[in-house]
Structure formats: C-alpha cells, structure tokens
Design a protein around this ligand. Structure first.
Ligand SMILES: *Cc1c(COP(=O)(O)O)cnc(C)c1O
Length: 235
C-alpha cells in the first residue's frame, strides 16, 4: 500500500508524541531529520510540503545536487554520514550541521574552512557507543579529550553528541546505548564552561526512534519510515 510522505509524517509525529508522554517530555524538544539518501527529489519535495524542515544527507556529492534543486525552500541541511577531511570545504559550504565529527584532524579541517567562510558550523561528536570496528565515531574513552580540543575551535559550535548504535531487531536492546549517549552528554556538560550550548542528542532511526525519544533524543534521523524503503545497495 502506498503511503504518502505526509501520512507517514503524521504517524511518526503521533508516535513521538506518545513517547514524549511516556517520558514526561515536550514534543517540541524532538526535531525530525528527514534522511534523504537515495530518495528522489520529488519525494523529498513532498516531505518539505508536509512540513519537514531538516534534511539529513550521508554524502557530500549527493547532497550538492539536491541542495541546488531545493534551494528555494527553507531547509536546514545536516550531514549525517562519515566525512573525509579532504571534503571539509564542500561540507562546510553545503551544510548547516555536521553530526559526524569524530577526530581532531577532521575538526581542524572543518574549523579552518568555517573560519575562511566566516561561518560558525554546528557540530555533533559521533560516539561509537557499541565499540564496533565497522563504525566511525570516537570511543567513549576518547570523547573527553576530543571535546576539549573542539571547544577551542572558533569556527565550530559544539552542540552535542550523535550515535549509530548496533542494530538489534528488538529496539529494547538498543536502549542501553541511547542511555549511554545521554549520560556521556551529561558528563561533557559537567566539564563545559557553557553547558547551555550542549543540548543535542542525535539518536534513533526508523525502527527505534521511540526508545531514543524516551531516553532523551532531540534529533531523530528518519529515512525509511518517512520516505519508504530504499532500493537495496548495488554491490
Ligand atoms: C540511513 C541513515 C538513517 C536513517 O535510517 P532509517 O532506518 O531508514 O530511518 C539515520 N542515520 C544514519 C547515519 C543513516 O545513515
């Protein structure tokens, strides 16, 4: 059965509201990032018409074309995929937020480009909460040093943390990783001179966003549940 993006969005917002009630949170504290990798522009436009204002892209190249096409709309673009330092320049030009800062060298490259453009870019530190080899992200032990370095960079505005936890069929099993990220955020707030800036937890995807919201997510990254399933990657 075909579901329009606006129908999907209504369902997601309902589920977010219920999760907020369970957790005693305000739904306005949860923002939805529509994840557009492989989604055709027409379908993205449908989402924008339905009220989505933050779009998340995994790849700089793919984003460039889409951002150009959707330039007339008031969208905040977030980079949510792994970023190589040699793509720092286009990343800073194209995106408002980068969720995947996980090493000093990348942060330095972004800072340099941001200062050149006289821009302050919002960043999240990606944490490898499951300690998985296949995934990017700083280990929980390295987080505090990395945060210390980033907080001195004038081109960057560190806003919080992001995680891509291990996949489990049962989203209850992801909950401990969401909790871990929330408690790490609390710990860097405790060390920060401006804890009020550190408010964001980017966590939760189509199959586990309710658990993420219950554990404090402020940015949920939703692709499939919003736009429908993606074509299988060609390998
Ligand atoms: C693809 C992707 C998502 C969205 O995944 P869905 O399961 O389709 O909601 C979220 N975050 C990242 C980093 C992704 O790559």
């Amino acid at each position: 059965m075909y579901m329009s993006v606006s129908d999907n969005l209504a369902v997601i917002r309902d589920r977010v509201r219920s999760a907020c009630v369970r957790a005693g949170r305000e739904p306005s504290g949860v923002r939805l990032v529509g994840v557009t990798k492989t989604v055709p522009v027409e379908r993205i436009r449908e989402g924008v018409r339905a009220g989505i204002r933050i779009l998340g892209e995994n790849y700089v190249q793919e984003a460039r074309a889409k951002i150009g096409t959707l330039a007339e709309t008031d969208i905040s673009w977030h980079l949510i995929g792994h970023l190589q330092s040699n793509k720092a320049k286009p990343a800073v030009e194209l995106f408002d937020w980068i969720h995947t800062v996980d090493r000093v060298s990348l942060a330095r490259a972004l800072d340099r480009q941001a200062q050149k453009l006289e821009k302050k870019i919002s960043v999240l530190i990606q944490v490898n909460v499951g300690d998985e080899e296949s995934k990017s992200g700083v280990g929980p032990d390295g987080l505090f040093d990395l945060f210390g370095e980033l907080s001195h960079m004038d081109g960057l505005h560190v806003r919080g943390l992001m995680a891509l936890p291990p996949y489990f069929e049962d989203p209850e099993r992801v909950r401990p990783y969401f909790r871990m990220l929330a408690s790490l955020l609390q710990r860097i707030r405790d060390r920060s001179a401006s804890p009020g800036d550190l408010t964001e937890l980017s966590m939760g995807m189509s199959h586990d966003f309710e658990e993420a919201v219950e554990e404090g997510a402020t940015l949920i990254r939703i692709g499939t549940a919003l736009f429908g399933s993606r074509p299988a990657p060609v390998s």
